[in-house]
Ligand binder design. Sequence first.
Ligand SMILES: NC(=O)c1ccc[n+]([C@@H]2O[C@H](COP(=O)([O-])OP(=O)(O)OC[C@H]3O[C@@H](n4cnc5c(N)ncnc54)[C@H](O)[C@@H]3O)[C@@H](O)[C@H]2O)c1
Length: 255
Amino acid sequence: MQLQDNIFLVTGGASGLGEATATALVDAGARVVLADLASSDGAATAARLGGAAAFVAIDITDESSFDAALDAAESHGPLRGVVHCAGRGGDRLRILDKEGHPGDLDSFRNVLEINLIGTYNVLRHVAARMARNEPIDGERGAVVLTASVAAFDGQIGQTSYTASKAAVHGMTLVAARDLASFGIRVNTIAPGLFDTPMLARLRTDIREGLSAGVPFPKRLGRPEDYAGMALTLLQNSYANGETIRLDGAIRMAPR
Ligand SMILES: NC(=O)c1ccc[n+]([C@@H]2O[C@H](COP(=O)([O-])OP(=O)(O)OC[C@H]3O[C@@H](n4cnc5c(N)ncnc54)[C@H](O)[C@@H]3O)[C@@H](O)[C@H]2O)c1
């Protein structure tokens, strides 16, 4: 999918990986709609990016907010691609606490609601829009979802987060097969440890320890690293149904 002059939606575009992706898309000549919570910094981020960017308030778990957001996104033309970055971290809850009591079910549900149900909700709504597009070189649209290396090597206390991200990975090939007849591609990026506000809540010494554990390059991922991969997956018309680890070769230890 060509980036220049086409319209792309970036969920979670107010922060971290989404903000970097929106910035890279604008730099590549695309028009971008940042979709994020009303309480986010999305409006300020869009203003910083200039006339090629706009903000729409959306809660990805909410069924009703999508039509208005997608109408706004399509006010300048058809939606050609989506990078879905909105999500949350897990709560580091073990299945049993120190006294042997069962872990909190509400926390588990909330992580699944945002990371898994939210992803499916985004996917179904944007696919419905892109399926109406006139094909360009046979292609109507491209979607990039976001999992995590926790989908493959989840750590102790990460049951909910790992379950949600493993499900996003699991959906990727099915979604690509499901939407193939519409000319819509679906790929997923599974980031390792990225320097975003999500990781900033950790203590500096913990962040330094995490960087040291990355084989090469020995640093946290930069949001621009993610953005570069997202743009490649949008552009490369033969990339489909794949989850790509983007992690400096890290494999997470049990804890
Ligand atoms: N940072 C990392 O190291 C890392 C690693 C692996 C995977 N990820 C995944 O990457 C994605 C982006 O993470 P990030 O580090 O940029 O986080 P971030 O916290 O900087 O950004 C997440 C954005 O999602 C938005 N959001 C949260 N819930 C939402 C909802 N219900 N509706 C709409 N928007 C919502 C937030 O407002 C925020 O702007 C997440 O799915 C995260 O799980 C991040």
